[in-house]
Design a protein. Structure first.
Length: 156
């Protein structure tokens, strides 16, 4: 069991401020978790590059970081990949999704408030109370990427 590992439902967070989705939220969450010494991984659906076309340069740069990014294979839901990874290591999931389609298989994780972590954005601040994090959101995805880069030694 490793509760110090958090899998971030990246597209779910990207929509927390509405449409269009923005990488500034998942990137901010990843940066804050890494700063807190928490191992964290962004999990994306295969179609994320299409949903995030307006931030394609940031997504392309981020996607090469295999240590902190998982992209679900085409045809496989990211939710299932993420829930399987979190279950296998006893980790946690950061998302507002209720995972109704996966409840039967991953009930222990989904029903555990210590493992399924919610959050919200209020006045341009990302709030993750279960992790004791309240962080100002960067202005855009590029600014979020720039603040995250020093925390990613494997990305050049």
């Amino acid at each position: 069991m490793n509760p110090n590992t958090v899998y971030i439902d990246a597209l779910n967070l990207a929509y927390w401020c509405g449409a269009p989705p923005s990488l500034r939220l998942p990137l901010c969450a990843l940066a804050e978790l890494l700063r807190a010494g928490i191992a964290a991984t962004l999990v994306f659906d295969a179609n994320a590059r299409y949903r995030l076309q307006h931030e394609a340069d940031v997504y392309a740069a981020l996607a090469v970081d295999e240590q902190h990014v998982v992209v679900a294979p085409s045809g496989r839901p990211a939710d299932r990949v993420m829930l399987r990874l979190a279950t296998a290591c006893g980790g946690r999931v950061l998302s507002r999704d209720k995972f109704a389609d996966h409840r039967r298989r991953y009930r222990k994780l989904i029903d555990d408030p210590a493992r399924l972590l919610p959050g919200w954005v209020h006045q341009d601040t990302l709030h993750l109370p279960a992790l004791q994090i309240a962080a100002s959101l960067p202005a855009d995805a590029q600014a979020a990427w720039q603040s995250l880069l020093p925390l990613l030694p494997t990305v050049s």
